[in-house]
Design a binder for this molecule. Structure first.
Ligand SMILES: [Zn+2]
Length: 302
């Protein structure tokens, strides 16, 4: 059998996995409930068992060249240990890469889930790995990827790119991170639900922009997102900006207005004049596809 890599995307609700041979393409995509594998007890043995079952079923028991796994969690700067996984029991502080390598004898690479989205977008959109690329994914919260020359910027603790937690003076909303008044409180899917409940009760969330797209409450909300993104644009002068996530992919979301507002808030003439935007299409498989891209990148480098 040809060489292959295994990519996994471990979420709070589901675990997704797929394999990819050298010729490319995603094969044997599977999705299972997260709590059918990770219950908080003996997590690494359970994960290794899942991988053995998968490779037994789809690769005749032959192990991959590399395994890349994304988590909705903070992962340490060396990408060997999960520091904190609020949505998945039993992973906090676990040296997942070392433990799985010991159990499976295959190189294992960890990454924050949002960085896997960016790997997937780089491949899909044909984006260059040279220079600075940023991705902003507005879903329930704000996901942010900052890449330099094709690699995520890790930072001292592995937690760079927490754009949603930029502080705002006078903010009175309590953020999920424990601080008060983070931008995420004003520019996230979570905020959109609040706005719906306050101003458009009874409206399906998915209908908000198609029905009320031009009203001031939603225009202000879009500008909050623009301000958040422009802050990072002004700091990093990126080569390109990828815009994605569930909110930005909602039907009727005013993406052009968002770009215009980012331009308006960006410093002139640069970086404003050279801004390059790309759109990330929301798909449940993107995390796994990013993991496959990372898996091959690591396998080729070793
Ligand atoms: Zn916060």
């Amino acid at each position: 059998m040809e060489r292959y890599v295994l990519g996994m995307d471990i979420g709070g609700t589901n675990i997704r996995a797929a394999m990819q041979k050298e010729k490319g393409g995603t094969e044997h995509f599977v999705k299972v409930p997260r709590d059918s594998v990770l219950t908080g007890e003996r997590s690494m043995e359970a994960l290794a068992g899942f991988i053995r079952d998968y490779t037994g079923q789809y690769a005749g028991g032959r192990l991959p060249e590399a395994i890349a796994i994304g988590f909705p969690a903070t992962v340490d700067a060396t990408r060997r240990r999960v520091l904190q996984a609020p949505n998945i029991p039993g992973l906090d502080g676990v040296a997942v890469a070392d433990e799985l390598e010991r159990l499976l004898c295959v190189p294992v690479h960890l990454e924050k889930d949002v960085n896997l989205l960016f790997y997937s977008d780089m491949a899909d959109l044909g984006l260059p790995s040279r220079g600075v690329g940023i991705g902003v994914y507005v879903g329930t919260g704000i996901g942010n990827a900052i890449f330099f020359n094709g690699e995520p910027l890790p930072g001292k603790n592995g937690v760079s790119g927490e754009l949603g937690h930029l502080p705002r003076a006078g903010g009175r909303e309590k953020c999920g991170c424990g601080n008060m008044g983070c931008y995420e409180c004003y520019a996230s899917g979570w905020r959109l639900v609040q706005l719906r409940d306050q101003y458009f009760p009874g409206t399906e969330l998915s209908q908000l922009f198609t029905r009320y797209g031009a009203v001031p409450e939603l225009a202000e909300y879009v500008d909050e997102i623009a301000c958040t993104i422009a802050a990072e644009v002004n700091i990093l002068d990126p080569d390109y900006v990828v815009l994605g996530g569930g909110v930005l992919n909602m039907e009727g979301f005013p993406l052009e207005a968002l770009k215009t507002n980012i331009y308006r808030h960006a410093r002139k003439p640069y970086p404003a004049q050279s801004l390059e935007f790309y759109q990330s299409k929301d798909a449940a498989e993107n995390g796994v596809r990013g993991a496959l891209a990372l898996g091959w990148k690591k396998a080729m480098a070793s």
